[in-house]
Design a protein around this ligand. Structure first.
Ligand code: SAH
Ligand code: SF4
Length: 364
């Protein structure tokens, strides 16, 4: 314990001192040592971004996707999914619900489609949400890879944060997780992330944690990749198999191990990048009822409650057991606020809660 606690204390004090080798060792910790790691990361979170959790209400606009990621339940080639696109009015009323509920921001997420019709439709939605909320509702997009031109139009229409996970920073593993059909190129994903940054977006990325063939060294490299990319936000979560995908069987799949890895990853991310926003993702909640609270106590500071109408939830199952299928948005809000307050945190209502890292970057 003493060497480990020394490493953790050093990392908490001087993030630049930590090496990928040490991060890989910290990621493998269990028991009391893992607890020490997570407590240290939580203390770093409190020092740098406060004891405040920000909510981003997530609206799952459409499950139509042109891609075929091996791990994802709404991949193009899953014939069992009933495809939908939320009509304009429903998107607007979900956004209005978020605004009235004091959520400072929303996330618009969907499968990946590239078309002029989509670009124009999203542009209108963005402008109308801005007008409806008098410019007060922050908007994050998570609509996959798009051209620089599209990103520019959406930014000008009022969105300012974008989430695009690299999924893994290892190009070989990336190839194993995605079909080689010309639609899933690691280099394109990387280029797209760089475009987003260059265009001024507050940029978030992340990875899938605990996929077959991924070592602790690889996960440590992922965290250094995110640090070198100088991301403002991280959204990463444990991989959970979906029964209608090529990755439905994972021989040594264990939900407890996935949860544990997810929490250690959040803790190490916080030690390495003290002032960014880190989401405590829904996949953690799928693995344990209090998964998202544990994510906060390991260094996360963002929660993305689902505010999509319940009738669509069953059709947006990225992984098996995705929670809150039958829980409506109003009830989720109350439950979540209560449980966040029960761990001694406050909810940052009516605030954008931009990443401190982004704000500092923009001052300089
Ligand atoms: N289509 C967009 C956004 C929606 S998918 C995109 O891919 O960027 C959002 C995230 O869901 C993906 O980045 C992926 O990391 C995650 N996801 C997909 N399938 C998953 C699974 N089986 N377990 C955990 N996360 C998964
Ligand atoms: Fe489509 Fe995103 Fe799922 Fe890949 S992860 S299949 S891009 S929705």
């Amino acid at each position: 314990m003493s060497t480990i606690s020394t490493w953790i204390n050093e990392a908490a004090k001087t993030p630049s001192s930590i090496t990928p080798q040490r991060i890989a060792s910290l990621l493998s910790l269990t028991g009391e040592e893992a607890e020490y790691l997570r407590n240290a990361a939580y203390a770093v979170k409190c020092d740098h971004v406060g004891r405040i959790v920000h909510f981003r209400g997530i609206i799952e606009l459409s499950n139509i996707c042109s891609k075929n990621c091996h791990y994802c339940g709404i991949r193009r080639e899953n014939p069992h999914v009933e495809r939908y696109t939320m009509p304009y009015d429903e998107v607007m009323s979900a956004a209005e619900f978020a605004f009235q509920s004091g959520y400072g921001s929303i996330v618009l997420q969907s499968g990946e489609i590239q078309s002029d019709v989509l670009t124009t439709r999203i542009e209108k939605i963005l402008r109308d949400i801005k007008t409806m909320s008098d410019g007060k509702l922050g908007i994050t997009l998570s609509l996959g890879e798009q051209s620089a031109e599209t990103y520019k139009r959406w930014f000008e229409a009022g969105a300012h944060r974008y989430l695009l996970r690299i999924e893994t920073s290892d190009p070989i593993l990336y190839k194993q997780l995605h079909p080689q059909d010309g639609y899933h190129r690691f280099e394109t994903r990387l280029e797209t992330l760089k475009n987003l940054k260059a265009l001024g977006w507050q940029t978030g990325s992340g990875i899938l944690i605990g996929v077959p063939g991924q070592s602790f060294d690889s996960l440590a490299q992922d965290l250094f990749f995110l640090k070198n990319l100088d991301v403002d936000m991280i959204g990463m979560g444990p991989f959970i198999p979906h029964h209608q995908t090529p990755m439905h069987t994972m021989s040594d799949y264990d939900p407890a191990v996935q949860l544990h890895k997810g929490l250690n990853m959040i803790a190490c991310a916080r030690l390495l990048m003290p002032d960014i926003n880190i989401a405590s993702t829904t996949a953690l909640q799928a693995l344990a009822d209090n998964g998202r609270e544990l994510g906060i106590l390991s260094g996360g500071n963002i929660i993305m409650p689902n505010i999509t109408e319940t009738k669509y939830r069953g059709s947006y199952q990225l992984y098996d057991g995705k929670p809150a299928i039958n829980e409506n948005a109003q009830r989720s809000r109350e439950n979540l606020q209560r449980s966040i307050e029960s761990i001694g945190e406050t909810v940052g209502f009516n605030a954008w809660g931009d990443s401190q890292h982004y704000l500092k970057r923009h001052k300089t």
